[in-house]
Write a protein that binds this ligand. Structure first.
Ligand code: PRP
Ligand code: URA
Length: 218
């Protein structure tokens, strides 16, 4: 894991360079990967990223009895986390993360990127009402211009969220700079920082359109 990319003063960007993540990511990037394979890999990487993004969650002591005797164990403190996938492609992380955190709450953030303006357009939003008391993991495989991520975090903050973390698969340097300028308090986890954006706002080399590849809609 390497930390610290991004601008000074902003929360860190962590690149999860674990070999399993990098191996699976390369498989996903391959243009010949099937829809089924792409979806399975995104799900698996979601689990691995969940492990890293929750690494520093606070623990509290709890008294339990093992079959041999009493002990002081540890459990995650506070209220259950909220997973907030940005529709559609963010849903690809959800099952993997929920298999590790089965009691997490889910906030759905429906946004699409207008292909001409590249601005994020909201079409759906539903979240738990007590976001202020919970850690929120915002999920989207792609941080390109960051217009979608910035809008999603703004929306969640407007509903009270204060402790947010953004999780993606690929990030463009331009997207990281935009996101950190808008939300310097929100740390980012990604499996890769790619080269740049092309003239259509796609990440290069990237993996193409994540939603289309996940759902076979192209
Ligand atoms: C894709 C992706 C992100 C967004 C990233 O979604 O899943 O949400 O683009 O681009 P940005 O950083 O420039 O905003 P898209 O709008 O294609 O919708 P989809 O997930 O429904 O396919
Ligand atoms: N959205 C995608 O799905 N892919 C990109 O490269 C950029 C935005």
């Amino acid at each position: 894991m390497s930390r610290g990319a991004g601008s000074a003063g902003a929360a860190p960007v962590t690149v999860v360079d674990h070999p399993l993540v990098q191996h699976k990511l390369t498989m996903m990037r391959d243009r010949d990967r099937s829809t089924k394979g792409f979806r399975e890999l995104l799900n698996e990487i979601g689990m691995l990223l969940a492990y890293e993004v929750t690494r520093d969650l606070p623990l509290e002591a709890i008294s339990i009895e093992t079959p041999i005797g009493p002990m002081e164990g540890r459990q995650i403190a506070g209220k259950k986390l909220v997973l907030a996938p940005i529709l559609r492609a963010g849903v690809g992380f959800l099952d993997g993360m929920l298999s590790l955190m089965p009691s997490a709450r889910v906030a759905h953030v429906g946004l699409y990127r207008d292909p001409d303006t590249l601005q994020a357009v909201e079409y759906y939003f539903k979240s738990p009402s007590d976001l202020a008391d919970r850690t929120v993991l915002v999920l989207d495989p792609m941080l390109a211009t960051a217009n979608s991520a910035v809008a999603a975090v703004e929306r969640l903050k407007s509903r009270g969220a204060r402790d947010l973390r953004f999780v993606c698969l690929l990030a463009a340097p331009e997207g990281i700079a935009h996101f950190q300028a808008a939300h310097p308090d929100v740390p980012v986890w990604t499996a890769s920082i790619d080269s740049h954006l092309n003239e259509h706002g796609y990440i290069v080399p990237g993996l193409g359109d994540a939603g289309d590849r996940m759902y076979g809609t192209r």
